[in-house]
Design a protein around this ligand. Structure first.
Ligand code: ADP
Ligand code: MG
Length: 223
């Protein structure tokens, strides 16, 4: 069970020619077992905000707290450990290894999770695949999957390690209507059954409405 707090967090990207204030002064709390959707148009800073929340990038200012511990300035190694322990990350457009099997794709985060012995991997992978209804695909190469199956594989990968917080970046973004609903049902049910919290970003209000709470992000700011 984890509680995540972002407190006045900002992130600006600077390149040689331009500067983008991607996230500006955002504060939010994700309680244990809560599901929150962040809605905003493309370019509004959703992915940046999720990467800040998931300790993938550091804010320029503001604090991030995980279970009352300030994790804003932690050294990379400790940050990495906390990230693996607390977050299952469903990245935008799945990022599957196409030539590898579904089994191996789901296994990936387990290979970085040193606290789980290798002897447990098969059981955890089969359990995650079962929860997403893709048990019969474990030996299939990712490249041969349909869009919906790819997304379900990405979700199975995000829950295999059992982390309490699921971060999802446009989890239904590239799916058609039926698959959208199916994947959203799976995510919401998973969160409830396994007592996880979910922080999801999307530009799809209908999907967001399945969450406990909706926050609107416009030009990097919560409205
Ligand atoms: P969203 O996920 O809502 O589409 P992003 O967080 O990806 O928004 O991007 C917010 C803004 O920050 C956009 O203007 C984008 O071009 C810019 N941006 C995102 N990542 C980078 C980066 N690594 N370097 C420079 N600019 C970036
Ligand atoms: Mg994005």
């Amino acid at each position: 069970m984890s509680r995540l707090i972002l407190d006045h967090v900002s992130k600006t990207y600077r390149t040689k020619n331009y500067m983008v204030r991607a996230v500006e002064d955002v504060s939010l709390t994700l309680e244990a077992e809560e599901t929150v959707a962040i809605v905003g148009p493309s370019g509004s800073g959703k992915s940046t905000l999720l990467n800040l929340a998931g300790l993938v990038i550091k804010p320029d200012s503001g604090r991030i707290m995980l279970d009352d511990e300030d994790v804003t300035e932690l050294p990379d190694r400790r940050c990495c450990m906390l990230r693996n322990r607390h977050f299952g990350y469903i990245v935008q457009d799945y990022a599957l290894l196409d030539d590898e099997s579904v089994y191996y794709n789901i296994r990936l985060p387990l290979l970085y999770q040193k606290e789980i012995p290798a002897s447990e991997h098969r059981r955890l992978i089969e359990e995650a695949a079962g929860a997403l209804g893709i048990s019969d695909k474990l030996k299939t190469a990712a490249v041969k999957l349909s869009g919906g199956e790819r997304q379900r594989t990405a979700i199975a990968r995000a829950i295999a390690c059992g982390q309490p917080i699921i971060l999802a970046d446009e989890p239904t973004g590239s799916l058609d209507g039926d698959n959208k609903k199916l994947v959203m049902d799976l995510l919401i049910n998973l969160a409830a059954e396994k007592k996880k919290s979910l922080l999801m970003v999307t530009h799809d209000l209908a999907m967001a409405e399945r969450c406990d709470r909706i926050l609107h992000l416009i030009n990097g700011r919560l409205e």
